[in-house]
Design a protein around this ligand. Structure first.
Ligand code: ACO
Length: 327
């Protein structure tokens, strides 16, 4: 039996500030009704005083470590999926390593936007297939509210802040991660960008005036590609494992828009109870959305041993991916 990667602990953390759709009606010209019907979002949590990406990531990580019944210095590696780090350097992963006191662990951030957690688990899986004794912390953590233009109603109603984490290790049993499938198409990157604050452009008043420090998205175009890519990668993962769609016990998909999730459910012919939904409570939290959903499903007792889980994500870059596992 080859080494298989299993999740032995999950955790999540949300910031303190609850912002409802009604609250946003006072910020931009929008309505609770528009946001609900177009996106499925009812509310989101945003960072408040003293809260940062690494703060949320470390809180989620501590919960996952506690559930895994390991000590921080048992960790060999920390991977944080994020595109909204506290700062360019040090990485969020290093800040988390310090906060946990995970002295033995290597640490790095991974920039794959909303697919960050699936990309991170995929890398962890490769390490563990080589050495099943390794213990790896994979986090998805974002503070999108600091990269959101609060006068742009086409984006500001969509996003939330948060973090989710999982501790993985290896077993020689017939369960755990079965396959991972990663994709990207950089030629479409311009449809969803933060143009400024990198090293390509100096930070000037002109650049800031253009709003290049914020997420800019051509929503309709992104929607079109997202549904196609998510469906294709879901079929790819099913076919790699000889699964039929009715063998999926739970679909944990990136929570970007309820209409994308409904579309995917219909295309795969899944019943409503097989698609995990929490976008109503948190909005789109990018790399954090799948690990938050995973933690909720886990802690609520929804996940049973042997269940077939399919994770799928799509985000800026574009990046997308899938992961099939037996719980
Ligand atoms: N409130 C009220 N009206 C609004 C709002 C708002 N917040 N935002 C846009 N509108 C208006 C528009 O101005 C437009 O008005 P017009 O017809 O007079 O021009 C109308 O509503 C329709 O706008 P559309 O952009 O056509 O709305 P659409 O149905 O496409 O929904 C949305 C927009 C929700 C953004 C959708 O396109 C979407 O979900 N896209 C995909 C998002 C996604 O998956 N992103 C990937 C991951 S995110 C990441 O990587 C960080």
């Amino acid at each position: 039996m080859p080494n298989r990667t299993v999740i032995i602990g999950t955790g999540s953390a949300l910031p303190c500030r609850l912002v409802t759709n009604k609250d946003l009606e006072a910020v931009v010209e929008t309505s609770d009704e528009w946001i609900r019907t177009r996106t499925g979002i009812e509310q989101r949590y945003l960072i408040g005083e003293g809260e940062t990406n690494s703060f949320l990531a470390a809180r989620a990580a501590k919960k996952a470590i506690e559930m895994a019944r390991i000590r921080p210095d048992d960790l060999d590696l920390i991977i944080v999926g994020t595109f909204t780090p506290d700062m360019p350097m040090p990485s969020v992963a290093c800040l988390v390593q310090k906060e946990l006191g995970a002295k033995k662990a290597g640490a790095f951030d991974l920039s794959a936007t909303c697919s960050g957690f699936i990309y991170g688990l995929s890398i962890a899986d490769k390490f563990i297939r080589d050495n099943r004794k390794m213990k790896i912390l994979v986090v998805g953590s974002e503070v999108l509210s600091r990269r959101t233009n609060w006068s742009d109603r086409t984006t500001c109603v969509l996003f939330g802040d948060g973090a989710g984490a999982a501790v993985v290790t290896g077993v020689r049993e017939d369960r755990g991660i079965l396959s991972t499938h990663l994709h990207a198409d950089g030629s479409l990157g311009g449809l969803l960008t933060i143009k400024g604050l990198g090293t390509a452009q100096p930070v000037t008043a002109e650049m800031l005036g253009l709003g290049w420090q914020y997420i800019q998205m051509q929503g309709k175009e992104v929607f079109k590609y997202a549904v196609k890519a998510l469906e294709a990668v879901a079929w790819e993962a099913l076919s790699a494992n000889n699964w039929t769609t009715d063998q999926i016990d739970l679909l944990l998909a990136h929570q970007a828009n309820i209409r994308i999730l409904d579309f995917l459910r219909e295309r795969l012919g899944l019943s409503e109870d097989k698609v995990f939904i929490n976008i109503n409570k948190y909005g789109n939290t990018s790399a954090a959305s799948i690990p938050i959903a995973l933690d909720e499903a886990n802690r609520s007792g929804l996940l049973k041993p042997g269940m077939r889980l399919l994770m799928v994500a799509f985000g800026g870059g574009f990046t997308w991916g899938a992961l099939a596992m037996r719980w």
